[in-house]
Ligand binder design. Sequence first.
Ligand SMILES: NC(=O)C1=CN([C@@H]2O[C@H](COP(=O)(O)OP(=O)(O)OC[C@H]3O[C@@H](n4cnc5c(N)ncnc54)[C@H](O)[C@@H]3O)[C@@H](O)[C@H]2O)C=CC1
Ligand SMILES: O=C(O)[C@H]1O[C@H](OP(=O)(O)OP(=O)(O)OC[C@H]2O[C@@H](n3ccc(=O)[nH]c3=O)[C@H](O)[C@@H]2O)[C@H](O)[C@@H](O)[C@@H]1O
Length: 433
Amino acid sequence: MGSARITVIGTGYVGLTTGACLASLGHRVTCVDVDEVKVARLAAGRVDILEPGLEELVSRGLAAGRLSFAVGSRGSVWNAQAVFLCVPTPMGARGAADLRAVEAVVDEIAGTLPPGCVVITKSTVPVGTAQRIRDRLGRSDVPVVANPEFLREGTAVSDFLNPDRIVVGSDDEAAARRVAALYADLAAPTVVTDAASAELVKYAANCFLAMKLSYVNAMAELCERLGADILSVTEGMGYDHRIGRAFLKPGPGWGGSCLPKDTHALVQVAESVGFDFSLLSAAIGENIAQRDRIVAKIAGAVGGSLAGARIGVLGLAFKAGTNDLRDSPALSVTSMLAAHGAEVTAYDPAIGGDLPGMRLVDDPYQVAKGADAIVVLTEWDEFRRLDWSYLADLMHGDAVVDTRNLLDPPAILAVGLCWLGLGRPRVRARATA
Ligand SMILES: NC(=O)C1=CN([C@@H]2O[C@H](COP(=O)(O)OP(=O)(O)OC[C@H]3O[C@@H](n4cnc5c(N)ncnc54)[C@H](O)[C@@H]3O)[C@@H](O)[C@H]2O)C=CC1
Ligand SMILES: O=C(O)[C@H]1O[C@H](OP(=O)(O)OP(=O)(O)OC[C@H]2O[C@@H](n3ccc(=O)[nH]c3=O)[C@H](O)[C@@H]2O)[C@H](O)[C@@H](O)[C@@H]1O
Protein backbone atom coordinates (compact mmCIF):
# COMPACT_ATOMS: atom_id res chain seq x y z
CA MET A 1 0.00 0.00 0.00
CA GLY A 2 1.85 3.19 -1.06
CA SER A 3 -0.18 6.08 0.37
CA ALA A 4 -3.21 4.47 2.00
CA ARG A 5 -6.52 5.78 3.33
CA ILE A 6 -6.49 4.85 7.00
CA THR A 7 -8.96 5.22 9.86
CA VAL A 8 -7.63 5.01 13.42
CA ILE A 9 -10.26 4.39 16.09
CA GLY A 10 -9.35 5.67 19.57
CA THR A 11 -7.12 8.75 19.97
CA GLY A 12 -5.24 7.93 23.18
CA TYR A 13 -1.50 7.35 23.55
CA VAL A 14 -1.51 4.61 20.92
CA GLY A 15 -4.21 5.82 18.53
CA LEU A 16 -3.10 9.44 18.30
CA THR A 17 0.55 8.48 17.95
CA THR A 18 -0.33 5.89 15.29
CA GLY A 19 -2.50 8.36 13.37
CA ALA A 20 -0.05 11.27 13.49
CA CYS A 21 2.95 9.07 12.64
CA LEU A 22 1.22 7.26 9.76
CA ALA A 23 0.19 10.68 8.38
CA SER A 24 3.83 11.78 8.63
CA LEU A 25 4.75 8.71 6.56
CA GLY A 26 2.48 10.00 3.78
CA HIS A 27 -0.79 8.17 4.48
CA ARG A 28 -4.16 9.93 4.66
CA VAL A 29 -5.49 9.34 8.14
CA THR A 30 -8.78 10.01 9.92
CA CYS A 31 -8.59 9.63 13.70
CA VAL A 32 -11.85 8.85 15.45
CA ASP A 33 -12.93 9.03 19.08
CA VAL A 34 -16.14 8.95 21.11
CA ASP A 35 -14.93 11.89 23.20
CA GLU A 36 -16.29 14.95 21.37
CA VAL A 37 -14.31 17.47 23.42
CA LYS A 38 -11.06 15.64 22.72
CA VAL A 39 -11.83 15.47 19.00
CA ALA A 40 -12.57 19.21 18.87
CA ARG A 41 -9.30 20.00 20.67
CA LEU A 42 -7.30 17.66 18.43
CA ALA A 43 -8.88 19.14 15.31
CA ALA A 44 -7.58 22.52 16.56
CA GLY A 45 -4.10 20.98 16.99
CA ARG A 46 -4.25 20.67 20.79
CA VAL A 47 -2.75 17.56 22.36
CA ASP A 48 -3.39 17.08 26.09
CA ILE A 49 -1.03 14.19 26.77
CA LEU A 50 2.64 14.77 27.44
CA GLU A 51 4.39 13.18 24.44
CA PRO A 52 7.43 14.90 22.93
CA GLY A 53 6.90 15.71 19.26
CA LEU A 54 3.27 14.60 19.11
CA GLU A 55 1.64 18.02 19.02
CA GLU A 56 4.01 19.16 16.25
CA LEU A 57 3.25 16.03 14.23
CA VAL A 58 -0.50 16.56 14.65
CA SER A 59 -0.22 20.20 13.56
CA ARG A 60 1.86 19.22 10.53
CA GLY A 61 -0.60 16.49 9.56
CA LEU A 62 -3.54 18.89 9.84
CA ALA A 63 -1.75 21.58 7.84
CA ALA A 64 -0.80 19.10 5.09
CA GLY A 65 -4.40 17.85 4.89
CA ARG A 66 -3.22 14.31 5.61
CA LEU A 67 -4.70 14.10 9.11
CA SER A 68 -8.26 14.76 10.24
CA PHE A 69 -10.39 14.03 13.29
CA ALA A 70 -13.97 12.83 13.61
CA VAL A 71 -16.47 11.70 16.21
CA GLY A 72 -17.93 8.20 15.90
CA SER A 73 -16.52 5.32 13.90
CA ARG A 74 -19.48 4.24 11.76
CA GLY A 75 -19.31 7.19 9.37
CA SER A 76 -15.51 7.25 9.26
CA VAL A 77 -14.63 3.92 7.68
CA TRP A 78 -16.65 3.81 4.47
CA ASN A 79 -13.68 4.52 2.17
CA ALA A 80 -10.84 3.21 4.38
CA GLN A 81 -8.30 0.68 3.13
CA ALA A 82 -7.13 -0.04 6.67
CA VAL A 83 -8.84 0.47 10.04
CA PHE A 84 -6.73 0.41 13.21
CA LEU A 85 -8.47 -0.43 16.48
CA CYS A 86 -6.70 1.51 19.28
CA VAL A 87 -9.37 1.55 21.97
CA PRO A 88 -8.74 0.61 25.63
CA THR A 89 -8.59 -3.01 26.80
CA PRO A 90 -8.47 -2.47 30.57
CA MET A 91 -8.34 -5.08 33.30
CA GLY A 92 -11.74 -6.70 33.64
CA ALA A 93 -13.23 -9.41 35.80
CA ARG A 94 -10.66 -11.76 37.42
CA GLY A 95 -7.81 -9.96 35.66
CA ALA A 96 -8.93 -10.79 32.11
CA ALA A 97 -8.77 -8.12 29.39
CA ASP A 98 -12.06 -6.28 29.05
CA LEU A 99 -12.83 -6.28 25.33
CA ARG A 100 -16.10 -4.35 25.43
CA ALA A 101 -14.73 -1.25 23.68
CA VAL A 102 -13.23 -3.39 20.91
CA GLU A 103 -16.49 -5.27 20.45
CA ALA A 104 -18.53 -2.06 20.45
CA VAL A 105 -16.40 -0.64 17.65
CA VAL A 106 -16.53 -3.87 15.64
CA ASP A 107 -20.33 -3.85 15.87
CA GLU A 108 -20.44 -0.21 14.81
CA ILE A 109 -18.27 -0.60 11.72
CA ALA A 110 -19.25 -4.10 10.54
CA GLY A 111 -21.91 -2.87 8.14
CA THR A 112 -19.99 0.08 6.66
CA LEU A 113 -16.51 -1.34 6.02
CA PRO A 114 -15.79 -1.38 2.30
CA PRO A 115 -14.89 -4.77 0.75
CA GLY A 116 -11.17 -5.58 1.00
CA CYS A 117 -10.54 -3.16 3.86
CA VAL A 118 -8.22 -4.64 6.53
CA VAL A 119 -9.20 -4.40 10.21
CA ILE A 120 -6.12 -4.20 12.42
CA THR A 121 -5.94 -4.76 16.18
CA LYS A 122 -3.33 -2.44 17.66
CA SER A 123 -4.93 -2.52 21.09
CA THR A 124 -3.38 -5.24 23.27
CA VAL A 125 -5.79 -8.15 22.96
CA PRO A 126 -5.69 -11.77 24.13
CA VAL A 127 -4.92 -14.64 21.79
CA GLY A 128 -7.95 -15.51 19.73
CA THR A 129 -9.29 -11.95 19.48
CA ALA A 130 -8.54 -11.56 15.74
CA GLN A 131 -10.53 -14.72 15.10
CA ARG A 132 -13.37 -13.52 17.33
CA ILE A 133 -13.43 -10.18 15.51
CA ARG A 134 -13.68 -11.99 12.18
CA ASP A 135 -16.61 -14.01 13.48
CA ARG A 136 -18.26 -10.91 14.93
CA LEU A 137 -17.79 -8.87 11.73
CA GLY A 138 -19.32 -11.68 9.71
CA ARG A 139 -17.54 -10.32 6.62
CA SER A 140 -15.59 -12.83 4.53
CA ASP A 141 -14.33 -9.87 2.43
CA VAL A 142 -12.68 -8.12 5.42
CA PRO A 143 -9.44 -9.70 6.72
CA VAL A 144 -8.32 -9.09 10.31
CA VAL A 145 -4.64 -8.56 11.20
CA ALA A 146 -3.06 -8.45 14.65
CA ASN A 147 -0.41 -5.71 14.78
CA PRO A 148 0.56 -5.11 18.41
CA GLU A 149 2.20 -1.84 19.43
CA PHE A 150 5.35 -1.66 21.56
CA LEU A 151 5.73 2.10 22.11
CA ARG A 152 6.40 3.46 25.60
CA GLU A 153 4.66 6.46 27.07
CA GLY A 154 6.87 9.53 27.16
CA THR A 155 8.75 8.43 24.03
CA ALA A 156 5.74 7.36 21.96
CA VAL A 157 6.57 9.19 18.72
CA SER A 158 10.20 8.24 18.60
CA ASP A 159 9.41 4.62 19.54
CA PHE A 160 6.75 4.43 16.81
CA LEU A 161 9.02 5.87 14.15
CA ASN A 162 12.09 3.84 15.21
CA PRO A 163 10.63 0.50 16.23
CA ASP A 164 12.80 -2.45 17.26
CA ARG A 165 10.41 -4.57 15.18
CA ILE A 166 7.03 -4.62 13.49
CA VAL A 167 4.84 -7.65 14.17
CA VAL A 168 1.91 -8.52 11.90
CA GLY A 169 -0.11 -11.69 12.17
CA SER A 170 -3.09 -13.03 10.31
CA ASP A 171 -4.49 -16.22 8.92
CA ASP A 172 -4.60 -14.22 5.66
CA GLU A 173 -0.89 -13.76 4.92
CA ALA A 174 -1.48 -11.33 2.06
CA ALA A 175 -3.44 -9.06 4.39
CA ALA A 176 -0.63 -9.23 6.98
CA ARG A 177 1.87 -8.21 4.29
CA ARG A 178 -0.37 -5.29 3.22
CA VAL A 179 -0.31 -4.03 6.79
CA ALA A 180 3.48 -4.48 7.00
CA ALA A 181 3.76 -2.41 3.81
CA LEU A 182 2.17 0.59 5.60
CA TYR A 183 5.38 0.79 7.64
CA ALA A 184 7.77 0.11 4.75
CA ASP A 185 9.52 3.49 5.16
CA LEU A 186 10.54 2.60 8.73
CA ALA A 187 12.76 -0.22 7.44
CA ALA A 188 12.28 -2.17 10.68
CA PRO A 189 12.73 -5.92 11.12
CA THR A 190 9.29 -7.38 10.46
CA VAL A 191 7.80 -10.57 11.84
CA VAL A 192 5.01 -11.89 9.64
CA THR A 193 3.14 -14.67 11.39
CA ASP A 194 -0.26 -16.08 12.30
CA ALA A 195 -2.71 -14.02 14.36
CA ALA A 196 -2.37 -16.01 17.60
CA SER A 197 1.44 -15.71 17.63
CA ALA A 198 1.31 -11.97 16.92
CA GLU A 199 -1.17 -11.49 19.74
CA LEU A 200 1.01 -13.50 22.11
CA VAL A 201 4.23 -11.62 21.21
CA LYS A 202 2.80 -8.52 22.86
CA TYR A 203 1.99 -10.23 26.16
CA ALA A 204 5.21 -12.23 26.05
CA ALA A 205 7.26 -9.02 25.74
CA ASN A 206 5.41 -6.97 28.37
CA CYS A 207 5.34 -9.83 30.86
CA PHE A 208 9.03 -10.55 30.35
CA LEU A 209 9.81 -6.90 31.13
CA ALA A 210 7.61 -7.07 34.24
CA MET A 211 9.38 -10.22 35.44
CA LYS A 212 12.76 -8.58 34.84
CA LEU A 213 11.72 -5.63 37.01
CA SER A 214 10.33 -7.81 39.79
CA TYR A 215 13.59 -9.72 39.72
CA VAL A 216 15.68 -6.57 40.01
CA ASN A 217 13.47 -5.18 42.80
CA ALA A 218 13.88 -8.45 44.72
CA MET A 219 17.62 -8.31 44.06
CA ALA A 220 17.72 -4.76 45.51
CA GLU A 221 16.06 -6.07 48.67
CA LEU A 222 18.63 -8.85 48.84
CA CYS A 223 21.44 -6.31 48.41
CA GLU A 224 20.20 -4.39 51.43
CA ARG A 225 20.06 -7.51 53.55
CA LEU A 226 23.45 -8.79 52.40
CA GLY A 227 25.31 -5.47 52.37
CA ALA A 228 25.82 -5.40 48.58
CA ASP A 229 25.19 -2.45 46.24
CA ILE A 230 22.53 -2.91 43.53
CA LEU A 231 24.27 -0.35 41.28
CA SER A 232 27.36 -2.55 41.07
CA VAL A 233 25.30 -5.73 40.81
CA THR A 234 23.19 -4.46 37.89
CA GLU A 235 26.25 -2.91 36.23
CA GLY A 236 27.93 -6.29 36.40
CA MET A 237 24.82 -8.05 35.09
CA GLY A 238 24.15 -5.49 32.34
CA TYR A 239 27.47 -6.03 30.56
CA ASP A 240 26.28 -9.53 29.73
CA HIS A 241 24.68 -9.11 26.31
CA ARG A 242 22.26 -11.90 27.04
CA ILE A 243 20.86 -9.81 29.90
CA GLY A 244 21.36 -6.24 28.65
CA ARG A 245 21.42 -3.00 30.62
CA ALA A 246 17.83 -1.89 30.09
CA PHE A 247 15.12 -2.40 32.69
CA LEU A 248 17.54 -3.04 35.53
CA LYS A 249 16.67 -0.05 37.72
CA PRO A 250 14.89 -0.87 40.97
CA GLY A 251 11.97 1.34 41.91
CA PRO A 252 8.74 1.50 43.89
CA GLY A 253 7.24 -1.23 41.68
CA TRP A 254 6.31 -1.35 38.03
CA GLY A 255 3.10 0.38 37.04
CA GLY A 256 1.40 2.27 34.24
CA SER A 257 -1.58 1.47 32.12
CA CYS A 258 -0.14 -1.71 30.58
CA LEU A 259 2.33 -3.92 32.49
CA PRO A 260 -0.07 -4.47 35.43
CA LYS A 261 -3.10 -5.27 33.30
CA ASP A 262 -1.18 -7.33 30.74
CA THR A 263 0.48 -9.53 33.37
CA HIS A 264 -2.88 -10.26 34.98
CA ALA A 265 -4.45 -10.92 31.58
CA LEU A 266 -1.76 -13.44 30.60
CA VAL A 267 -2.08 -15.30 33.91
CA GLN A 268 -5.80 -15.47 33.24
CA VAL A 269 -5.35 -16.63 29.62
CA ALA A 270 -2.93 -19.34 30.80
CA GLU A 271 -5.45 -20.43 33.43
CA SER A 272 -8.15 -20.68 30.75
CA VAL A 273 -6.10 -23.38 29.01
CA GLY A 274 -5.22 -25.20 32.21
CA PHE A 275 -1.71 -23.76 32.69
CA ASP A 276 -0.70 -22.35 36.06
CA PHE A 277 1.74 -19.56 35.08
CA SER A 278 3.21 -19.46 38.59
CA LEU A 279 6.38 -17.69 37.42
CA LEU A 280 4.36 -14.69 36.22
CA SER A 281 2.03 -14.78 39.24
CA ALA A 282 5.11 -14.60 41.47
CA ALA A 283 6.30 -11.49 39.59
CA ILE A 284 2.91 -9.84 40.23
CA GLY A 285 3.10 -10.80 43.91
CA GLU A 286 6.64 -9.44 44.14
CA ASN A 287 5.39 -6.13 42.71
CA ILE A 288 2.82 -5.82 45.50
CA ALA A 289 5.44 -6.77 48.10
CA GLN A 290 7.73 -4.05 46.72
CA ARG A 291 5.19 -1.33 47.54
CA ASP A 292 4.79 -2.73 51.06
CA ARG A 293 8.57 -2.73 51.51
CA ILE A 294 8.76 0.90 50.36
CA VAL A 295 6.10 1.95 52.87
CA ALA A 296 7.94 0.02 55.63
CA LYS A 297 11.20 1.73 54.63
CA ILE A 298 9.55 5.16 54.89
CA ALA A 299 8.04 4.25 58.26
CA GLY A 300 11.49 3.13 59.45
CA ALA A 301 12.95 6.44 58.28
CA VAL A 302 10.56 8.44 60.48
CA GLY A 303 11.04 6.38 63.61
CA GLY A 304 8.76 3.43 63.03
CA SER A 305 5.26 4.92 62.94
CA LEU A 306 3.64 6.81 60.09
CA ALA A 307 0.75 8.05 62.22
CA GLY A 308 0.96 11.85 62.21
CA ALA A 309 4.24 11.83 60.24
CA ARG A 310 4.64 14.53 57.63
CA ILE A 311 5.83 13.08 54.37
CA GLY A 312 6.86 15.20 51.39
CA VAL A 313 6.50 13.25 48.15
CA LEU A 314 8.40 14.11 44.98
CA GLY A 315 6.82 12.52 41.90
CA LEU A 316 3.43 10.92 41.30
CA ALA A 317 3.45 9.82 37.64
CA PHE A 318 4.17 6.11 37.09
CA LYS A 319 7.49 7.08 35.53
CA ALA A 320 9.23 10.29 34.47
CA GLY A 321 8.32 11.93 31.17
CA THR A 322 4.57 11.33 31.37
CA ASN A 323 1.56 12.85 33.12
CA ASP A 324 -0.16 9.46 33.19
CA LEU A 325 -1.27 8.41 36.67
CA ARG A 326 -2.88 5.11 35.67
CA ASP A 327 -1.76 2.38 38.06
CA SER A 328 1.09 4.55 39.30
CA PRO A 329 3.11 2.89 42.09
CA ALA A 330 3.71 6.40 43.46
CA LEU A 331 -0.03 6.84 43.93
CA SER A 332 -0.41 3.48 45.68
CA VAL A 333 2.49 4.29 47.99
CA THR A 334 1.06 7.73 48.85
CA SER A 335 -2.37 6.30 49.54
CA MET A 336 -0.84 3.59 51.76
CA LEU A 337 1.06 6.32 53.64
CA ALA A 338 -2.18 8.27 54.11
CA ALA A 339 -3.99 5.10 55.23
CA HIS A 340 -1.32 4.68 57.93
CA GLY A 341 -2.07 8.18 59.19
CA ALA A 342 0.70 10.15 57.48
CA GLU A 343 0.09 13.69 56.24
CA VAL A 344 1.22 13.68 52.63
CA THR A 345 2.20 16.73 50.61
CA ALA A 346 3.17 15.94 47.03
CA TYR A 347 4.66 17.61 43.98
CA ASP A 348 4.96 16.36 40.42
CA PRO A 349 6.06 18.66 37.59
CA ALA A 350 3.45 17.18 35.22
CA ILE A 351 0.48 16.83 37.57
CA GLY A 352 -1.87 19.54 38.83
CA GLY A 353 -5.34 19.73 40.36
CA ASP A 354 -6.63 17.78 43.35
CA LEU A 355 -5.91 14.20 44.29
CA PRO A 356 -7.46 12.32 47.21
CA GLY A 357 -5.42 11.63 50.36
CA MET A 358 -2.77 14.30 49.82
CA ARG A 359 -2.12 18.00 49.44
CA LEU A 360 -0.81 18.63 45.93
CA VAL A 361 1.51 21.65 45.61
CA ASP A 362 3.03 23.31 42.58
CA ASP A 363 6.54 23.85 43.90
CA PRO A 364 8.93 21.09 45.03
CA TYR A 365 10.19 23.13 47.99
CA GLN A 366 6.71 23.27 49.52
CA VAL A 367 6.76 19.52 50.15
CA ALA A 368 9.72 20.00 52.49
CA LYS A 369 8.06 22.47 54.88
CA GLY A 370 7.94 20.74 58.26
CA ALA A 371 8.45 17.31 56.62
CA ASP A 372 9.80 14.42 58.66
CA ALA A 373 10.91 12.75 55.42
CA ILE A 374 11.12 13.50 51.73
CA VAL A 375 10.37 10.56 49.46
CA VAL A 376 11.29 10.45 45.76
CA LEU A 377 8.83 8.20 43.90
CA THR A 378 9.23 9.28 40.25
CA GLU A 379 12.62 9.78 38.59
CA TRP A 380 12.10 13.31 37.23
CA ASP A 381 15.44 14.78 36.25
CA GLU A 382 14.63 18.14 37.85
CA PHE A 383 14.75 16.50 41.31
CA ARG A 384 18.49 16.01 40.84
CA ARG A 385 18.93 19.77 40.62
CA LEU A 386 17.05 20.75 43.80
CA ASP A 387 18.77 22.95 46.37
CA TRP A 388 19.18 20.39 49.16
CA SER A 389 20.58 22.93 51.56
CA TYR A 390 17.35 24.93 51.30
CA LEU A 391 15.25 21.76 51.55
CA ALA A 392 17.12 20.69 54.69
CA ASP A 393 16.38 24.09 56.28
CA LEU A 394 12.67 23.69 55.53
CA MET A 395 12.45 20.12 56.85
CA HIS A 396 11.67 19.07 60.38
CA GLY A 397 13.31 15.62 60.11
CA ASP A 398 16.40 14.46 58.25
CA ALA A 399 15.33 11.49 56.09
CA VAL A 400 15.43 11.38 52.30
CA VAL A 401 14.04 8.12 50.92
CA ASP A 402 15.07 7.84 47.28
CA THR A 403 13.10 4.94 45.77
CA ARG A 404 14.62 5.57 42.32
CA ASN A 405 18.28 5.92 43.39
CA LEU A 406 18.07 9.23 41.56
CA LEU A 407 19.86 11.65 43.85
CA ASP A 408 23.52 12.22 44.56
CA PRO A 409 24.01 10.83 48.10
CA PRO A 410 27.08 13.00 48.94
CA ALA A 411 25.03 16.14 48.16
CA ILE A 412 22.34 15.03 50.62
CA LEU A 413 24.93 14.01 53.18
CA ALA A 414 26.69 17.36 52.86
CA VAL A 415 23.64 19.25 54.15
CA GLY A 416 23.21 17.00 57.18
CA LEU A 417 20.44 14.75 55.83
CA CYS A 418 20.23 10.98 55.79
CA TRP A 419 19.85 9.29 52.38
CA LEU A 420 18.20 5.91 51.90
CA GLY A 421 18.15 4.43 48.44
CA LEU A 422 16.99 1.03 47.24
CA GLY A 423 19.48 -1.81 47.47
CA ARG A 424 22.23 0.64 48.36
CA PRO A 425 24.24 1.31 51.48
CA ARG A 426 22.55 3.86 53.76
CA VAL A 427 24.31 7.23 53.79
CA ARG A 428 24.07 9.32 56.95
CA ALA A 429 25.71 12.66 57.67
CA ARG A 430 28.59 12.28 60.10
CA ALA A 431 27.22 14.92 62.47
CA THR A 432 23.97 13.00 62.94
CA ALA A 433 25.34 9.45 62.72
N1 LIG B 1 -0.43 3.42 26.51
C1 LIG B 1 0.55 2.73 25.96
O1 LIG B 1 1.73 3.06 26.11
C2 LIG B 1 0.27 1.53 25.13
C3 LIG B 1 -1.01 0.99 25.05
N2 LIG B 1 -1.23 -0.14 24.29
C4 LIG B 1 -2.59 -0.69 24.16
O2 LIG B 1 -3.32 0.17 23.28
C5 LIG B 1 -4.70 0.24 23.67
C6 LIG B 1 -5.08 1.69 23.89
O3 LIG B 1 -4.30 2.21 24.95
P1 LIG B 1 -4.12 3.77 25.20
O4 LIG B 1 -3.86 4.45 23.92
O5 LIG B 1 -3.17 3.91 26.33
O6 LIG B 1 -5.60 4.15 25.70
P2 LIG B 1 -6.17 5.59 26.08
O7 LIG B 1 -7.07 5.38 27.22
O8 LIG B 1 -5.05 6.58 26.17
O9 LIG B 1 -7.02 5.99 24.79
C7 LIG B 1 -8.10 5.27 24.33
C8 LIG B 1 -9.01 6.19 23.52
O10 LIG B 1 -10.06 5.39 22.97
C9 LIG B 1 -11.27 6.15 23.03
N3 LIG B 1 -12.41 5.24 22.92
C10 LIG B 1 -12.92 4.41 23.86
N4 LIG B 1 -13.97 3.73 23.34
C11 LIG B 1 -14.11 4.13 22.06
C12 LIG B 1 -15.00 3.79 21.01
N5 LIG B 1 -15.99 2.91 21.20
N6 LIG B 1 -14.86 4.40 19.82
C13 LIG B 1 -13.88 5.32 19.64
N7 LIG B 1 -13.00 5.68 20.59
C14 LIG B 1 -13.12 5.09 21.77
C15 LIG B 1 -11.16 6.88 24.36
O11 LIG B 1 -12.04 8.00 24.39
C16 LIG B 1 -9.69 7.27 24.37
O12 LIG B 1 -9.48 8.53 23.75
C17 LIG B 1 -4.81 -0.66 24.91
O13 LIG B 1 -5.19 -1.94 24.49
C18 LIG B 1 -3.39 -0.70 25.45
O14 LIG B 1 -3.14 -1.88 26.16
C19 LIG B 1 -0.24 -0.75 23.58
C20 LIG B 1 1.04 -0.25 23.60
C21 LIG B 1 1.39 0.93 24.37
O1 LIG C 1 2.05 -2.07 26.34
C1 LIG C 1 2.35 -0.97 26.72
O2 LIG C 1 1.54 -0.10 27.05
C2 LIG C 1 3.78 -0.57 26.88
O3 LIG C 1 4.15 -0.92 28.24
C3 LIG C 1 5.47 -0.54 28.60
O4 LIG C 1 5.67 0.86 28.44
P1 LIG C 1 5.17 1.94 29.52
O5 LIG C 1 3.93 1.45 30.20
O6 LIG C 1 5.13 3.24 28.82
O7 LIG C 1 6.27 2.02 30.66
P2 LIG C 1 7.75 1.44 30.86
O8 LIG C 1 8.76 2.40 30.39
O9 LIG C 1 7.84 0.05 30.37
O10 LIG C 1 7.79 1.40 32.46
C4 LIG C 1 6.90 0.55 33.15
C5 LIG C 1 7.14 0.65 34.64
O11 LIG C 1 8.39 0.06 34.98
C6 LIG C 1 9.16 0.96 35.77
N1 LIG C 1 10.60 0.74 35.49
C7 LIG C 1 11.06 0.70 34.21
C8 LIG C 1 12.40 0.46 33.95
C9 LIG C 1 13.28 0.26 35.01
O12 LIG C 1 14.51 0.03 34.83
N2 LIG C 1 12.79 0.31 36.28
C10 LIG C 1 11.48 0.54 36.54
O13 LIG C 1 11.07 0.56 37.73
C11 LIG C 1 8.67 2.33 35.37
O14 LIG C 1 8.97 3.28 36.37
C12 LIG C 1 7.18 2.06 35.19
O15 LIG C 1 6.49 2.10 36.42
C13 LIG C 1 6.45 -1.24 27.63
O16 LIG C 1 7.78 -0.83 27.93
C14 LIG C 1 6.12 -0.88 26.18
O17 LIG C 1 6.99 -1.58 25.29
C15 LIG C 1 4.67 -1.29 25.90
O18 LIG C 1 4.29 -0.93 24.59
